[in-house]
Design a protein around this ligand. Structure first.
Ligand SMILES: [Zn+2]
Length: 481
């Protein structure tokens, strides 16, 4: 439904209202799936030294759609790529680097313009893909997961990463978001400007991230932006030794950049990856190691992002709660579990709900069939999030689409309901490192507390009051009844 409704919703008065709403924190968003794809493609073509490679020549339409391709910086002069068979020809030497401009010019379907369209198509889920609901969840995830390595290979190069972050922060702030927790892992490696080799750890990537957050906060547009942190994310299909290796890198990054790393999670298709119960030994190892190293890196697990009832993904909800997760990513199947619903409330765990993502990834056909109202009616704390806006085809950054759709689609949810979820997003933000007890006390105290959270809740109340006043001034005359 979303792709069909998107254009229409963006042209409404309600869009203008929701866009202007102060939206608190964005708590569930995968950073590499957030950058406007046209901008990313532009950066790849405009940054000197970017090369493309593939493990086989791309000859058929199936190759063009599915063969893995990768981008990276190389100091090779452009002339080296000229005159050699490009990726689109039989004689292409497997895995050899071709200058992106040379490859684009030789693209068989329309040269550079055609190349841009093709590359874009490799980084997004098209409306056509999302319409085939009957193909099911695994089929769309296969397309979805092919996009990440392509995007990451372009994105994780210092000058491009900086340019993308600058644009992203501006867009988020313009949409009324004042704080973000990104899920990101830097798994493929991060390259410094002018360097061919990737960094051995995440320290430089964290440094660049921190510099860009601070740079944005020093601008006029960013002066009200509280900041951004990273929930370190590891692919859930990895084996124990790979996971432990990434966990060590995560702890090292946390020690060097304590303000950047705020938590840990596992990502990738939950149905196809390892369930949490299988990860318990490494998670216990991680927790012990964090205590030894004196760092606080809490769990923020994806769980129950599935249609299954009683399968391993559905059961992840039990383990996420038992392991002490502070929030649950998606929790799509939570509404089917009365006991877990009560536990989530009792333990003050927030559900990060991503309605449009659930639609595109074929868990629900529209907001009308989404479990969000079932959770709200039971008093579960929920905040609305956008998950992977660029890949899913939002075409904009921010929370307006997800807010708009929930407001318009659910009769029991009004502006005050949206406001409550924004308030939740602030209460459940990990603005600073806290022990489990401090975290819980702060959530309990809310606006009456004495810490950072209470101050930010007070600021949000003032912003929301001004926003309501604006609606009355702007639309009071035109409203009927
Ligand atoms: Zn997610």
């Amino acid at each position: 439904m979303f792709h069909l409704a998107k254009g229409r919703m963006e042209g409404t008065d309600l869009w203008k209202i929701v866009h202007r709403m102060p939206k608190g924190s964005l708590l569930h968003a995968h950073m590499d799936a957030m950058f406007d794809i046209d901008f990313l493609v532009e950066q790849a073509l405009a940054t000197s030294g970017i090369h493309i490679s593939a493990s086989n020549p791309l000859l058929t339409s199936k190759d063009l759609e599915e063969e893995p391709v990768s981008f990276r910086f190389s100091a090779k002069p452009k002339t080296e790529s000229k005159g050699k068979p490009s990726l689109w020809e039989e004689g292409y030497e497997a895995a050899s680097l071709v200058d992106i401009k040379v490859a684009a010019a030789a693209f068989p379907q329309g040269g550079e313009d055609g190349f841009r369209n093709w590359l874009r198509s490799r980084c997004v889920i098209s409306p056509e893909h999302s319409f085939y609901h009957h193909h099911g969840v695994d089929a769309i995830w296969a397309i979805f997961q092919r996009a990440f390595p392509v995007i990451d290979s372009i994105l994780f190069y210092e000058p491009i990463f900086r340019a993308c972050l600058r644009r992203l922060f501006v867009q988020l702030a313009a949409d009324g978001v004042r704080y973000v927790e990104f899920r990101i892992g830097f798994g493929l490696g991060f390259r410094r400007e002018g360097h061919e080799e990737s960094e051995p750890d995440h320290l430089f990537a964290c440094q660049v991230f921190q510099e860009e957050v601070e740079r944005f906060q020093a601008t006029e547009e960013g002066r009200n932006f509280y900041g951004a942190r990273i929930i370190y994310s590891i692919l859930r299909r990895f084996k124990d030794d790979q996971i432990v290796d990434f966990m060590k890198k995560c702890i090292q990054a946390k020690q060097a950049f304590p303000d950047v790393i705020c938590g840990i999670d596992f990502v990738g298709q939950e149905d196809q990856g390892r369930p949490l119960v299988d990860l318990v030994p490494v998670l216990f190892w991680f927790r012990k190691r964090c205590v030894e190293e004196g760092v606080e890196i809490p769990f923020f697990f994806h769980a129950g992002e599935c249609l299954g009832d009683g399968d391993a993904t559905d059961q992840n909800l039990f383990d996420a709660i038992l392991l002490g997760t502070r929030r649950i990513g998606h929790g799509f199947s939570l509404y089917k579990h009365p006991l877990l619903t009560d536990l989530v409330k009792e333990k003050k765990i927030l559900v990060e709900c991503c309605p449009i993502s659930n639609e595109i990834l074929r868990l629900t056909s529209s907001i009308k069939a989404h479990p969000l109202p079932a959770l709200l009616a039971r008093g579960v704390a929920v905040s609305l999030c956008n998950d992977d806006p660029a890949i899913l085809g939002h075409g904009k950054n921010g929370l307006t689409h997800d807010f708009w759709q929930s407001l318009q689609g659910l009769e029991n949810l009004g502006l005050e309901g949206l406001a409550m979820m924004v308030e939740n997003s602030i209460r459940w933000s990990c603005y600073e490192d806290q022990s489990a007890a401090e975290w819980k006390a702060d959530i309990h105290d809310g606006i009456l507390g004495e810490g950072v959270k209470a101050v930010r809740l007070q600021e949000w109340y003032a912003d929301f009051e001004a926003f309501c006043q604006w609606i009355v001034t702007e639309y009071g005359d035109t409203a009927d009844d």
